[in-house]
Design a binder for this molecule. Structure first.
Ligand SMILES: C[S@@+](CC[C@H](N)C(=O)[O-])C[C@H]1O[C@@H](n2cnc3c(N)ncnc32)[C@H](O)[C@@H]1O
Length: 309
């Protein structure tokens, strides 16, 4: 087992400032990770403030025990269940919700989690290691068409069909059970090389998104976050690739627009029109050059902020 890895929090100051923390407010950190954002939120909260933190990874939950702060409640739950978690915590409505989505550095850097082709390890890839199917189990049962679709849609991989064919042919000989085996098959199937990128990168991203249902989780969580905010409460979302950011961008745009589904010629007074749920705050924020130099994983981060009307 590799040594526990650290997580360098991305857009720490920017995200916590965007939450516009009120000392007596109630906040939700939907992706605790190693608690970088949670610690900074707690620093700004007064004695009556509250923070609910969620993570689906049991190792993140174990790490939270080190904080020991009675204003913090930590729950092992996927963020698609954040409304239920908030109800059970009895915290009422929230003044801010932060989602710093994707994987943490420990998930990528602890080889035995099976997220990375940099280590040869069992092909697991589950954020929540207490339940669900591993990537190896899925690759053992999915058909060629399903594998092609996942690798193409979630990895935006041109050679998805060739990769799926290789996997299916290889598993007839022996199960594709390790990160090393999968990476080798993908490298054989991908005929072109992108500078500075391992050919296995896109396929690993695709499988991770599929195994953890990352896009479905996000789509389920965003409306819950908005519904549980108090008026004036902030929603802050940091995403790390274009598939996630597209979902966030469209959701915020639609929630910030008056209801476009109504026919334009309806004789409604302005006060009768359905009001937007959110107001967009500022432009999308990216990490500074200095942050990217210190933490290259910040390069792809995009933070979007909105306020409940
Ligand atoms: C980028 S890290 C968050 C890092 C954190 N902000 C920090 O500063 O330490 C993302 C975390 O979100 C968790 N996560 C991802 N998807 C999740 C989901 N659907 N529900 C709950 N947690 C999730 C991962 O397990 C991971 O720990």
């Amino acid at each position: 087992m590799s040594a526990p890895a650290q997580h360098l929090t991305v857009l720490l100051r920017e995200a916590v400032e965007a939450l516009a923390i009120k000392p007596a407010g109630v906040y939700v950190d939907a992706t605790f990770g190693r608690g970088g954002h949670s610690r900074a939120i707690l620093e700004r909260l007064g004695p009556s403030g509250r923070l609910l933190a969620l993570d689906r990874d049991p190792r993140a939950i174990a790490a939270a025990a080190a904080i020991g702060d009675e204003r913090l409640r930590v729950v092992h739950r996927p963020f698609a269940e954040m409304a239920a978690a908030m109800g059970e915590a009895g915290f009422g409505r929230a003044d801010g919700v932060l989602m710093d989505i994707g994987v943490s550095s420990p998930q990528l850097d602890e080889g035995e989690r099976g997220f990375s082709f940099r280590f040869d390890a069992p092909l697991d890839m589950r954020m929540d290691t207490t339940q669900g199917e591993t990537a190896a189990e899925w690759l053992a049962r999915a058909d060629e068409r399903e594998i092609t679709q996942v690798v193409r849609d979630y990895g935006e991989e041109r050679f998805a069909f060739q990769i799926a064919k290789k996997i299916v042919a290889a598993r007839n000989e022996r199960p594709v059970a390790t990160t090393g085996q999968l990476a080798a098959l993908v490298r054989e199937a991908v005929r072109t090389r992108e500078p500075g990128q391992d050919p296995a990168t896109r396929t690993f991203q695709a499988l991770r998104i599929h195994i953890n249902q990352e896009l479905e989780q996000l789509a389920l969580a965003l409306p819950q976050a908005v519904d549980m905010l108090n008026p004036g409460g902030r929603l802050v979302v940091i995403s790390f690739h274009s598939l996630e950011d597209r979902i966030v961008k469209r959701f915020l745009r639609d929630a910030a627009a008056p209801d476009a589904s109504l026919p334009k010629n309806l004789p409604l007074m302005a006060s009768q029109l359905p009001q937007p749920k959110l107001r967009l705050v500022g432009k999308p924020v990216k990490a500074s050059a200095a942050e990217i130099a210190a933490n290259p994983r910040a390069r792809s981060a995009v933070m979007r902020v909105a306020e409940k009307c």
